[in-house]
Design a protein around this ligand. Structure first.
Ligand SMILES: Nc1nc2c(ncn2[C@@H]2O[C@H](COP(=O)(O)OP(=O)(O)O)[C@@H](O)[C@H]2O)c(=O)[nH]1
Ligand SMILES: [Mg+2]
Length: 351
């Protein structure tokens, strides 16, 4: 995200130093608009007037020649940034928050040319993003270890193809690495091949998969798996479910029924980061209809933008517990806000 914002900022950098600035009264002893204060040389516009592109978009001209930033200037900058953020899958409510934070931080501040302004915007954005991502986490391994009664039941919901089944398998592997045992309930009895897919995972991982016939009642499968876990003193039951659309009443009813029957300790929404803004709408609807406790975001390995993760946790006010970063069992890790901030603010990646 940051790389795209930065590119935008630089495109919008002033093409020429404003001849009347700096006014001595306004900034005594301040550095004139050249050279740029750091080695960030592509603000070469400073003094030379040779900005490579977009020299007409001089939204920074006033503010970044060392004068106080005016409200109107900030709004121009923010309008400009909004476009980039939307392209990075950052949802509107998040953008509004970031705008508020930026306006509050930047209003009335004196900023020198390009790099200074860029740094101020970057650090403000970074702080805001970090505060969004640092929602109180759920420490799953700890929750499982401290559960009063075994097993700890986790229900997975989400639309088709987002990575639920893969996540169930990955989590079984992760739990085992934490010294915790699990059983998988093949609750996607709807899609041909879904049960088979889980059996293959179960075999590879050495984790039991409880199943019934295709077309049977998923709540009954989940119930069986809980009974199995009780009998074997297993720590966790992982309940896979059928995807389909979140608008599908049957699916929602099915998930509600599973909830009633097995009373999950945790309901996780699995969202595909690549589906951009859709993932936010899905998470919200599943939360309203079924109730979710947290999020798993998959396919972050293929997602250069990163805004979906940020938006989903902001909009639902639920923490991200895990992220999927590939198709292998090991491509799965507890969510670390710092990691996400580093990704979003990486210098090199477009998006
Ligand atoms: N690149 C990548 N692919 C993933 C990830 N998680 C799942 N997938 C792939 O997404 C596809 C759908 O996954 P699946 O678990 O069957 O989705 P479900 O329909 O929600 O159960 C499969 O090809 C998975 O290998 C991930 O984190 N990264
Ligand atoms: Mg599946």
């Amino acid at each position: 995200m940051w790389a795209a914002i930065k590119a935008r900022l630089r495109r919008a950098s002033p093409a020429e130093p404003e001849p009347s600035a700096p006014s001595g009264a306004d900034r005594p002893g301040a550095v004139a608009p050249s050279p740029p204060p750091s080695g960030k040389a592509d603000s070469s516009a400073a003094g030379s007037g040779a900005a490579p592109t977009g020299r007409d978009e001089s939204v920074f001209t006033e503010g970044f020649l060392g004068r106080r930033l005016k409200e109107a200037t900030i709004d121009d900058v923010l309008d400009d940034l909004e476009i980039v953020m939307l392209q990075s899958d950052v949802a509107l409510p998040v953008i509004e928050k970031l705008r508020r934070d930026l306006r509050r931080e930047l209003a009335g501040r004196k900023l020198r040319f390009g790099a200074d302004a860029e740094d101020a915007i970057r650090s403000t954005l970074e702080r805001s993003v970090r505060s969004i991502l640092a929602r109180p986490p759920i420490d799953l391994a700890n929750a499982v270890r401290n559960q009063p009664v075994k097993p700890y039941v986790i229900l997975f919901v989400g639309v088709n193809g987002t990575g639920k089944t893969t996540t169930v398998a990955k989590l079984a592997g992760w739990l085992r690495a934490q010294g915790l045992s699990s059983v998988i309930a093949a609750g996607d009895t709807f899609r041909a091949g879904a049960i088979e897919q889980l059996l293959v995972h179960g075999e590879r991982l050495g984790v039991r998969v409880v199943r019934q016939q295709e077309g049977s009642d998923p709540a009954a499968v989940a119930f069986d798996a809980v009974q199995h876990a009780k009998a074997k003193h297993l720590d966790v039951v992982l309940v896979d479910t059928a995807g389909r659309q979140h608008t599908n009443e049957n699916l929602i009813e099915e998930a509600k029924k599973i909830r009633r029957v097995v009373a999950p300790s945790l309901t996780l929404f699995v969202g595909d980061a690549l589906s951009g803004n859709d993932v936010i709408e899905q998470a919200r609807l599943f939360d309203q209809a079924v109730g979710i406790d947290g999020l798993v975001l998959t396919k972050l390995d293929a997602d250069a933008k990163g805004g979906a993760a940020l938006s989903a946790t902001f909009v639902t006010k639920k923490p991200i517990l895990f992220v999927g970063v590939g198709q292998g069992y090991a491509d799965f890790t507890p969510f670390d806000p710092d990691w996400m901030v580093r990704r979003l603010f990486a210098e090199g990646t477009a998006g």
